[in-house]
Write a new protein. Structure first.
Length: 294
């Protein structure tokens, strides 16, 4: 059974106790998308459900519990994700930040969270730990978040919560305060580039920059033809001689704002822009460059 853990995540996991059963009852994995939080959450879920005595966090991959997880039918796991069907089964899919391809739901409803009330109170089917995994936690409806908070206030002894959040500031402070916080930061460029190279990415530096230095986001960028096309159009406009900001704005009108934002956020210093010469320009005075025109 594949237990996906990315190399840059290993230092993050060093903050956790061993074995898996010694983990805090409520974990909150935070960081920007593309850093492997969801895959790490599922790695920890597998370790919690595994029935083989181990000294580490990973699962054995061979016991009955691991087999049930692998087929997405473990009775002691509840996965609450955006993109699931309302009553969809637990899933063992391990793609980062990618919801199962079923009926798309953009919010985790209170009805789904209410099913946890029975789940956390009944005895474990397998006699081991029960696990609730929520991805991303900020997608919970406010009523759903309050229902989860109520459970966390009186946590059942055999139930673990693993929450993933791209925007933890959107969570209830009372939920955050009841969780062990595991922050994912941007990895060093070296390990990230090594990993991208191992995935067959040739221009790893460029891909990494366009992915906001999050390796999995960089992988997504590589195959995003629309992004590269719009990026080129924007750069061509900015690099054109006699740069005119109003013309550039017209050219950029059809470019996704996220592409513009991505490019501008990568500027280490403000770009030097040539403004139209005051003697030849028909633009209003405020657009003219007063001192350097011949
Ligand atoms: Zn196992």
């Amino acid at each position: 059974m594949e237990q996906l853990i990315y190399p840059w995540v290993l230092p993050v996991l060093d903050r956790l106790p061993r074995p898996a059963k010694a983990l805090p009852r409520a974990l909150l994995l935070t960081g920007r998308p593309g850093l492997g939080k969801r895959a790490t959450a599922l790695f920890l879920v597998q370790g919690l459900l595994c029935e083989t005595q181990r000294d580490e966090l990973n699962a054995c991959g061979k016991c009955a519990s691991c087999r049930l997880y692998r087929v997405g039918n473990h009775p002691d796991l509840r996965m609450l994700e955006v993109g699931q069907e309302e009553d969809g089964p637990a899933s063992g899919a391990a793609d980062e930040d990618t919801a199962p391809s079923k009926k798309v739901s953009r919010q985790i409803s209170v009805e789904r969270v209410r099913t946890l009330t029975d789940f956390v109170t009944i005895t474990s089917h397998r006699g081991g730990a029960k696990v609730v995994c929520i991805v991303p936690a900020e997608a919970m409806h406010p009523s759903a978040a309050n229902a989860v908070l109520k459970i966390l206030e009186e946590p059942p002894g055999d139930t673990y919560f693993v929450l993933v959040s791209h925007q933890p500031e959107r969570l209830l402070p009372t939920i955050r305060s009841r969780c062990f916080h595991l922050a994912f930061t941007l990895p060093d460029a070296g390990p990230a580039l090594d990993w991208l190279k191992g995935q067959g990415i040739e221009r790893g530096e460029l891909a990494l920059a366009q992915g906001g230095y999050a390796p999995l986001a960089a992988m997504d960028r590589v195959g995003d033809e629309a992004f590269w096309s719009q990026r080129k159009a924007l750069l061509d406009t900015l690099a054109a001689s006699g740069f005119d900001p109003l013309h550039a704005a017209d050219c950029a009108e059809d470019i996704d704002g996220a592409v513009v934002s991505t490019l501008l956020s990568q500027c280490r210093r403000p770009p030097v822009l040539r403004m139209p010469c005051s003697r030849n320009s028909s633009r209003p005075e405020r657009w003219r460059w007063p001192s350097s025109c011949p």
